[in-house]
Write a protein that binds this ligand. Structure first.
Ligand code: FMN
Length: 338
């Protein structure tokens, strides 16, 4: 019996049904707080935190999060098994529900550190990293990766990668369904130019039915998400959730059959203002660095542009957040010029 089989019963696959992707500079704790107000069940990922930052840096700054954020996964960047084990243990101690290893980031800075997408070339090393983490934590250790790197288009490559890493004890794979081109494309281009091939992810699920497989990349509508959920266990959404967060307000009912919470944009905004006040009081955080994540909340509604302009107006930084909310809700004719 392989390691994969032994731990299978402990994994609740539904945890990965819907998730918001790890996004550097975007999915910080403030962003996750907003997302949690919008969906109680969606799994939220941190930004990538490197093992170096955790081992040599300010641990609280990187790992602090609110109890309300659960379920929340810590994404690690690194390729040294011992460092990853130490970081995973820290993550578990701080209360994260999952430890995820980044094997999908193509940035040059990350490649120089020899981790991220270039790790897909070294499945044996990734297996060692996973094993080192699985040995020291109880929470699931998962991997986020691409379907290939550079011009490797064959399905066998990603199948062998998943097989090798699964044998080391990883039971959950989140697959960004495009290649990473390690030379010549910026990280942004690498999220747009290499073609999406969802069918390879579905094939992984057919070949490894005991594993939990979630698909990521370019998913922007319920229609596509629901289609994907017929083939794989989970859908991870990145940019669309960030730019259009109100989409998430319908996820509990649609994906988790939980209709217990009726939300309005106004109530969410008010709860964010309370959170801004608490963060300012307890941690000296300025509301401006929290408000930046909710600028898309009213997308598609009349007056959204003005609302967004008020919440992002740096001239209003001296006002307390409840005053800013009042201004944002005032119709232009009633507004007092700043
Ligand atoms: C601003 C930004 C930062 C990102 N940072 C990370 C990261 O830290 N770790 C990671 O695995 N992926 C990162 N990604 C990639 C996303 O997790 C996701 O795989 C990608 O955006 C494709 O999903 P989407 O089309 O739903 O956005 C980032 C994406 C964006 C837009």
């Amino acid at each position: 019996m392989t390691n994969t089989n032994i731990k299978q019963n402990q994994i609740d696959t539904s945890m990965w049904r819907m998730s918001v992707a790890p996004m550097m500079d975007w999915t910080d704790k403030h962003c996750r707080y907003l997302h949690r107000l919008l969906s109680q069940h969606t799994l939220l990922y941190t930004e990538m935190v490197t093992t170096g930052a955790l081992i040599h840096g300010d641990v609280a700054r990187h790992l602090r999060f609110e109890a309300e954020e659960h379920p929340v996964a810590l994404q690690l960047g690194g390729s040294e098994p011992a460092d990853l084990a130490q970081s995973a243990r820290l993550g578990e101690q701080w209360g994260y529900d999952e430890i995820n290893l980044n094997c999908g980031c193509p940035s040059e800075r990350v490649q120089r550190g020899a981790f991220g997408a270039c790790l897909m070339n070294e499945a044996g090393l990734v297996a060692d990293c996973v094993k080192a983490m699985v040995d020291v934590v109880q929470v699931p250790v998962t991997v986020k990766h691409r379907i290939g790197i550079d011009k490797i288009e064959s399905y066998d490559f990603v199948r062998d990668f998943v097989g090798t890493v699964a044998d080391a004890g990883c039971e959950v794979f989140i697959v960004h369904a495009r290649n990473a081109w390690l030379k010549g494309l910026s990280p942004k281009e690498n999220r747009e130019i290499p073609p999406l091939r969802y069918e390879l992810v579905a094939q992984l699920k057919r070949d490894f039915p005991a594993l939990t497989i979630a698909v990521n990349g370019g998913i922007k509508t319920d229609e596509v998400a629901l289609q994907q959920l017929e083939q794989v266990d989970g859908v991870m959404v990145g940019r669309e959730a960030y730019h259009n967060p109100w989409w998430m307000a319908s996820w509990d009912a649609l994906y988790y059959q939980d209709e217990s919470r009726q939300r309005t944009r106004e109530a969410v905004e008010e709860q964010m203002v309370l959170y801004m006040e608490r963060e300012a009081r307890e941690h000296g955080t300025h509301w401006y660095s929290i408000a930046r994540h909710m600028l898309g909340l009213r997308n598609g509604l009349a007056g959204a542009r003005r609302w967004r302009q008020v919440w992002s107006d740096h001239r209003l930084k001296t006002l307390p957040p409840h005053e800013v909310m009042k201004l944002a809700r005032t119709k232009p004719a009633e507004a007092v010029p700043a």
